[in-house]
Design a protein around this ligand. Structure first.
Ligand SMILES: [Zn+2]
Length: 321
């Protein structure tokens, strides 16, 4: 929380663009056109309407309760888009009953400072937005707007590494069951199923780190691991991208203990718009578990003793007038 935001390091984005970066939800979802622009779009819409009519006719004798028990599996979260032709049955894609949250793997009281075995998710990133108080954050903590992870960037398409040994809990755009939301996700899921908004979300990987914590990697353009797969620290899990509402390639890296009792409050505007829960389990600053790097200013701030051993980086000579 003590890490200070340095605007000079926000190289990949301009500040106005940054304002539109969102990890979890996107304004793009709200502005997604409700009616198609093309003839193909109208054909798809027609197919959707026809499918719904057929389904309603089929379901009438047995009541509509059958809808919620339809297709979809907890492991199918890699599917970004809900197929239009299956719009109604796919209402079950993200139902809570199909994707139970696994038990946290170890002692929930383990202090973050004692976590070991972490590596950087990108080989040579710069920090574009640190964890902590930020006007760009979507959450509030003790009255302050907060960014609930670290945004780090290198080059589009660079490999993204698992930060710790662990087991993959979620991949794709249906990851919310693993993110420690406090209240029910059902209204949000119903809305996104109804509006077909899932594809507007960032491709994300959530990993159980096996130490009581979970790590989050958002905005990949491609994911190379599957739910249930075990991974090693440093293993490639995907590639850096800008999926979801991001204006530049980067990784939003988050870390939290699902049994944490403190919470962050989601921006009420996002709650109202996307029907998301009002609270998520509080995150910790991943900077504290990542290996020290001299070139990362936030690291030098956190570890001044280690920073003293860093080579002196010459500052740019003053420009002559
Ligand atoms: Zn972020």
């Amino acid at each position: 929380m003590s890490v200070q935001h340095d605007p000079a390091r926000h190289v990949p984005y301009s500040v106005p663009e940054r304002a539109r970066e969102r990890f979890v939800r996107s304004h793009a979802a709200r502005s997604r056109p409700l009616l198609p622009h093309s003839r193909n779009g109208w054909m798809v819409l027609g197919a959707v309407v026809l499918a719904q009519v057929v389904l309603v006719v089929l379901l009438l004798p047995g009541q509509s309760t059958a809808v919620t028990g339809a297709s979809g599996s907890p492991g199918s979260s890699g599917q970004a888009a809900v197929p239009a032709s299956a719009s109604v049955p796919s209402g079950a894609v993200a139902t809570e009953s199909l994707a139970p949250t696994p038990e946290p793997s170890r002692d929930p009281t383990i202090p973050p400072a004692s976590l070991t075995g972490y590596v950087w998710p990108l080989a040579a990133p710069i920090i574009t937005l640190p964890f902590g108080p930020s006007e760009w954050g979507d959450f509030f903590y003790q009255g302050q707007r907060i960014h609930d992870g670290i945004d780090m960037a290198s080059n589009c398409g660079d490999p993204v590494f698992a930060a710790h040994d662990g087991t993959v809990l979620a991949t794709g755009t249906t990851f919310d069951d693993q993110l420690g939301w406090v209240e029910s996700l059902q209204p949000y899921k119903d809305l996104f199923n109804r509006k077909h908004w899932w594809s507007s979300l960032p491709l994300t990987v959530v990993i159980d780190d096996g130490d009581g914590f979970r790590s989050i990697y958002a905005h990949e353009y491609k994911i190379t691991v599957k739910v249930g797969q075990t991974v090693k620290a440093g293993q490639v899990i995907g590639y850096e991208g800008a999926t979801g509402n991001a204006t530049g390639c980067h990784v939003h890296f988050g870390l939290f203990n699902p049994n944490e009792t403190a919470t962050f409050s989601l921006d009420p505007g996002i709650v109202a718009r996307d029907l998301l829960p009002e609270h998520e389990v509080a995150r910790v600053d991943p900077m504290y578990v990542l290996p020290f790097r001299c070139e990362i200013a936030e690291m030098r701030t956190i570890y001044p003793d280690k920073a003293r051993a860093c080579p002196i980086v010459p500052t740019a000579p003053p420009t002559k007038k």
